[in-house]
Ligand binder design. Structure first.
Ligand code: TYC
Length: 101
């Protein structure tokens, strides 16, 4: 009988870190036309007509509405892009970002 060799079993657990997420928030204002807000939500955030209308109305009634959650880069780029569309038309439409707790 050959001697038994005990091989220690080692394992390394790799913990995958998820990137922190950021909310994109739509702020209400008194001047941007409702249809324009809906158009921007559809164009930049790929929303359908119904979702875009509902989100616009929520911001209109409550003052602000969280519209999406992305990694920091995507959130900041889209918020800027959407804000620029309003700016180009002279509207004060504003999208901001905030880290998700
Ligand atoms: N309050 C604007 C109006 O009455 C419409 C509006 C809605 C503007 C939502 C911005 O985030 C907004 N024309």
């Amino acid at each position: 009988m050959s001697p038994t060799t005990v091989k220690p079993k080692t394992s390394t657990k790799i913990k995958l870190q998820r990137p922190p997420l950021y909310k994109v928030i739509l702020l209400n204002d008194d001047y941007t036309p409702r249809e324009f807000v809906v158009m921007v939500l559809k164009a930049v955030f790929r929303m359908g007509e119904e979702t875009a209308s509902r989100v616009m109305l929520t911001a209109h009634q409550k003052g602000a509405c969280v519209i999406a959650v992305y990694t920091r880069d995507v959130a900041e780029t889209r918020a800027k892009e959407a804000t620029e569309l309003g700016k180009a038309k002279g509207y004060p439409l504003f999208f901001t970002t905030e880290p998700e707790e």
